[in-house]
Ligand binder design. Structure first.
Ligand code: SAM
Length: 412
């Protein structure tokens, strides 16, 4: 039998201090649900509370497990919605399941069922006359939103790589390399279309923090901002748009940086934006006043992070600042931030990139090893943070950073 609630009635058996009852659910017998009641005179609040608590836990656990096991069905259904363009056709206005099936060239009965599941997931809503429309979440899945690229990445190569997650847990090497034989950035370098999808997919989260950072962080007039591993330049562009006296260099691997300028031609900052190709393990452009590392360090193990940071430190002059944008795991020192996004993304780093999410003090340690001092952490939207670091008195090798433009870098 399973505990199934209970109660206390002070008006019964008043002379005994009231009456308590504990309910139990018994297994179904001959098709009929059975219920057992245990009742006695008196008030036993601790017993009653424990009974109610265990009743709430017992039936909840299997249900919770079932919904965890069904989690990848939800992700898959959303991915298929993007693949067939379901939210694009609903973007034109409310449609019936039949209309959606016709416009996406799919089976009407299957689309009808998919729409019911997507309604349950909050992707679409059902209106009168059997019509459906996008919810705000569904609107994010239209082709003009970078979240559709993110969905394609997560439901495509990354989803397939996750099949090898057990190998990642057993060996500590990425599931991605088990699946494809190379790490993901090298895989992208060979596949321009997938690389573009990945670069656009990064915009999904970057867009959510870029405005806030550009408006609230003091970028001094005349400053040169260098965005290391800056992807297609979404963050740097937002900073240049918001701060008309600031110039910027986007630094990324050749196959990424070569598209960064051509994709976006906006006269308001075009002359202040340049793009440089290179490898941040070797050298990064000097003469920057503010260096950005947005969601770069969580892609790498500690040793690689120190190499990247040391390259930044060598490029930094004495007055330069380094801004590291990352999510943070809870830290004994700073208390427990919400880990609803950080904990699953730590698994994504294990499976796909070979990096990890970290606490504030873990980032502090990496920064110190590379010759920086972590000064402060400011929160940004979607659980992101900006960690503000400055060069410590001496560089990683005991030498001050030069801050001199590195030879060999050519701005586009
Ligand atoms: C997770 S993305 C972050 C992009 C961007 N900073 C953002 O926040 O949207 C990491 C970036 O690091 C770049 N990257 C990876 N390895 C690199 C290397 N060795 N040198 C320079 N950039 C690299 C990738 O091409 C990619 O654009």
């Amino acid at each position: 039998m399973v505990p199934d609630g209970g109660g206390y009635n002070p008006h019964q058996d008043v002379e005994s201090g009231g009456r308590s009852v504990l309910y139990f659910r018994a297994p179904v017998r001959e098709g009929l649900p059975a219920r057992f009641e245990l009742t006695c005179a008196g008030h036993y609040p601790d017993v009653l509370a424990a009974h109610i608590r265990s009743g709430a836990e017992a039936p909840g656990a299997p249900t919770k497990l079932l919904s965890i096991l069904a989690g990848h069905w939800a992700a898959r259904a959303v991915h298929v919605a993007v693949e067939i363009g379901l939210c694009d056709v609903l973007g034109q206005g409310p449609l019936t399941a039949g209309d959606v099936a016709q416009q996406t060239d799919c089976d009407p009965a299957a689309v009808d069922r998919l729409l019911r599941y997507l309604t349950h997931l909050g992707v679409v809503r059902r209106l009168g006359e059997n019509k459906y429309s996008n919810t705000p979440l569904g609107a994010l899945l239209r082709a003009d939103s970078p979240f559709s690229d993110l969905t394609r990445m997560y439901g495509g190569e990354f989803y397939d790589a996750w099949r090898e997650f057990a190998s990642a847990v057993r060996t500590g090497h990425t599931a991605f390399s088990h699946k494809y034989g190379v790490e993901h950035f090298d895989y992208f370098a060979e596949r321009p279309t997938t690389a573009r999808t990945f670069d656009r997919s990064m915009q999904a989260v970057t867009n959510l923090v870029a405005d806030e950072l550009s408006r609230t962080f003091p970028f001094p007039a005349g400053a040169m901002v260098v965005d290391i591993g800056g992807g297609n330049g979404t963050l740097l562009r937002a900073i240049l748009r918001e701060n008309p006296e600031v110039s910027g260099i986007l630094f990324d691997r050749e196959h990424v940086s070569c598209n960064a300028v051509a994709e976006h031609e906006d006269a308001s900052y075009r002359s202040r934006f340049s793009s440089v190709a290179g490898d941040f393990f070797a050298e990064v452009p000097g003469s920057g006043d503010i260096y950005l590392l947005s969601r770069v360090l969580h892609d790498w193990n500690d040793e690689d992070c120190v190499r990247i940071l040391a390259a930044c430190r060598r490029a930094c002059g004495a007055g330069a600042e380094l801004l590291v944008l990352e999510r943070l795991l809870p830290d004994a020192e700073t208390g427990a931030p919400d880990i609803s996004l950080t904990a699953p993304w730590d698994m994504q780093m294990l499976a796909i990139t070979g990096g990890r999410e970290r606490t504030r003090s873990e980032y502090g340690t990496l920064l110190t090893k590379a010759g920086f001092r972590l000064d402060e952490v400011r929160p940004l939207p979607v659980d992101m943070n900006v960690l503000v670091a400055v060069p410590a008195a001496a560089g990683p090798d005991g030498q001050p950073g030069s801050g001199v433009p590195s030879p060999g870098f050519r701005a586009r």
